[in-house]
Ligand binder design. Structure first.
Ligand SMILES: Cc1cc2nc3c(=O)[nH]c(=O)nc-3n(C[C@H](O)[C@H](O)[C@H](O)COP(=O)(O)OP(=O)(O)OC[C@H]3O[C@@H](n4cnc5c(N)ncnc54)[C@H](O)[C@@H]3O)c2cc1C
Length: 390
C-alpha cells in the first residue's frame, strides 16, 4: 500500500486533498487488507462468478500476431538520413499497447527538435496512431503513410491488457538508463489510460484471477521465459494483488491470486483514435515503403518511423525478431466479467469477444493459426469451468 501511495503521489494523478483522504484510508487495517470483490456475495457464495461458455464451436475467429520484439528494447531515437530526419519509434515486443502513449511522447519530443511543423508518420498500428495523435496534440500536422490499416496490423491481433514489460527486452541488455526510460514511459501511458476511462469502455478495469495448479506466492512472472526477458516492475502502479483462500473463491485450487488490471477494447479503441486523427485534420495514405529511397521521396522532411517489425527490413535492424502469439475469439459473453489465467492459457472478456491466448513462439513468422493451440487453451479453460463451485 505504501508503494501505491508513493506512486500516486509521484504521478500527480490526485490532488492534495484526495491524497490526504487516501492516506487516511490506508491506515485503516480493514481497508488495506482487502478490497471488496464485486464477484463475491457473502450471503450467496460465488453466485456472481459467471461461468465461461466455452467450446470449440463457439470459436468464431483465430489470429496469429507477430510481436515486434527487439533484443535491446524499444528504439526511440533520432537519425539523420540524407536530407531527412528520421525519428524511430518501434520494437515494443509484447508491450506496445501498454507503452504506446509514453514512447509517442518521447518520439514527439525528439520530432520537435527538427523545427518542422508537418510530419510523416509511417505505420498505423497502435504506435503510429498514438504518435500521430500526440503530434496533433502538440499543434503539428501529421500524415500517416501505411501499407495496411487495422485490423490487418499486429496491433489488432493483441490481447490488449496492461503488460508494460512483457517480452520487452532481453535481460542481458537491460541498462539502468533503459529501465529509467521504460519507467517514465510506462507511467506516462498509465496516466493517459486513466483519462480514457468512460469513453464507451475503450479502456476498462477488470479483475484477473490466477488459478494455478501449484500456488506461487510470488507476483505473476511477466512473460520472462525463465529469465531470458528482463523482469521489470513498477511497485504500486496497480491495486495490490490479493491471495484468496478457498472460502473466498469458487475455483478448484486452494489459493487464487487476484489482481485488478486494465483492458483495452481494441477495435473501438483504434476506431476512436483514428477518427479523432481524421477529425483534427490528419490524412491517411496507403503506401508501402520498400526502400529508404521511397522514404526519401516523401514531401515531409521529418519522418516518424512506427513500422514495428517492418523496421527489420526497412532499416536493416538485426536486433529484431518476431514472437508469434495466437489468439482465439469466443462469441462475446457480456456477463463474463473477469479475466482468468491458468497454467495453459487465459481468457479475457472484451467487447468483441472472449479472447483466449497464452502462447509465444520466438522467431516464428507463421501467421496461420494452429488448431492444436486453440484446442489446448479451450481444454485448459473447460477443465477449470467444469470444476468451478456454483
Ligand atoms: C498475441 C499478442 C498479444 C499481445 N498482447 C499485448 C497486450 O496484452 N498488451 C500490450 O501492451 N501489448 C500486447 N502485444 C504487443 C503489441 O500488440 C505490439 O507491441 C504492438 O501492436 C506494436 O505496435 P506497432 O504499431 O509498433 O506495430 P504494428 O501494429 O505492426 O504496426 C506497424 C504498422 O507499420 C506498417 N508497416 C510496416 N512495414 C511497412 C512498410 N514497409 N511500409 C509501410 N507501412 C509499413 C504496418 O502496415 C502497420 O500499419 C501483443 C501482441 C501479440 C501478437
Amino acid at each position: 500500500m505504501k508503494n501505491r501511495r508513493k506512486f500516486l503521489q509521484l504521478s500527480g494523478v490526485l490532488g492534495a486533498g484526495l491524497l490526504t483522504g487516501i492516506a487516511t484510508a490506508c491506515t485503516s487495517p480493514k481497508i488495506s487488507q482487502k478490497y471488496i470483490d464485486r464477484n463475491f456475495i457473502a450471503s450467496n457464495k460465488f453466485k456472481r462468478y459467471p461461468k465461461l461458455e466455452i467450446s470449440l464451436d463457439r470459436i468464431v475467429k483465430e489470429t496469429v500476431g507477430l510481436r515486434p520484439f527487439r533484443k535491446k528494447g524499444f528504439r526511440v531515437e533520432k537519425e539523420e538520413l540524407g536530407s531527412k530526419t528520421i525519428i524511430h519509434n518501434y520494437g515494443h515486443g509484447g508491450s506496445g499497447w501498454s507503452l504506446s502513449w509514453g514512447t509517442a511522447k518521447l518520439a514527439v519530443d525528439l520530432a520537435q527538435t527538427s523545427g518542422e511543423k508537418s510530419f510523416a508518420v509511417l505505420g498505423s498500428g497502435i504506435v503510429g496512431i498514438t504518435t500521430a495523435r500526440t503530434l496533433q496534440e502538440h499543434g503539428f500536422q501529421a500524415t500517416i503513410y501505411t501499407k495496411a490499416l487495422p485490423p490487418l496490423v499486429t496491433s489488432s491481433k493483441a490481447t490488449g491488457t496492461w503488460s508494460p514489460a512483457s517480452r520487452l527486452i532481453e535481460a542481458q541488455y537491460l541498462t539502468p538508463d533503459f529501465e529509467e526510460r521504460w519507467r517514465k514511459t510506462a507511467m506516462y501511458s498509465f496516466r493517459t489510460y486513466q483519462n480514457l476511462l468512460g469513453f464507451n469502455d475503450i479502456v476498462t478495469w477488470i479483475d484477473n484471477y490466477i488459478v494455478r495448479e501449484k500456488f506461487n506466492p510470488e507476483p505473476e512472472p511477466l512473460d520472462t521465459d525463465g529469465g531470458k526477458y528482463a523482469r521489470l516492475r513498477i511497485a504500486g502502479i496497480l491495486p495490490e494483488r490479493q491471495v484468496l483462500e478457498q472460502k473466498d473463491h469458487p475455483f478448484h485450487v486452494d489459493k487464487v491470486v487476484k489482481q485488478t488490471t486494465l483492458v483495452f477494447n481494441i477495435p473501438s479503441y483504434i476506431n476512436k483514435h483514428l477518427n479523432d486523427f481524421l477529425a483534427f485534420g490528419g490524412r491517411v495514405v496507403i503506401k508501402e515503403f520498400k526502400s529508404l529511397e521511397d522514404i526519401d521521396a516523401l514531401q515531409e522532411k521529418c519522418i516518424v518511423n512506427c513500422t514495428g517489425l517492418g523496421s527489420m527490413t526497412l532499416f536493416n535492424d538485426n536486433e529484431m525478431l518476431p514472437i508469434a502469439g495466437q489468439l482465439s475469439f469466443l462469441i462475446p459473453q457480456p456477463d463474463f466479467n473477469y479475466r482468468i489465467s491458468t497454467d495453459n492459457g487465459y481468457a479475457i472478456p472484451r467487447k468483441d469477444g472472449i479472447i483466449l491466448g497464452g502462447n509465444a513462439l520466438e522467431g516464428s513468422w507463421t501467421e496461420t493459426p494452429d488448431r492444436a493451440q486453440t484446442e489446448k487453451v479451450v481444454q485448459a479453460l473447460t477443465d477449470v469451468m467444469h470444476r468451478i463451485r456454483a
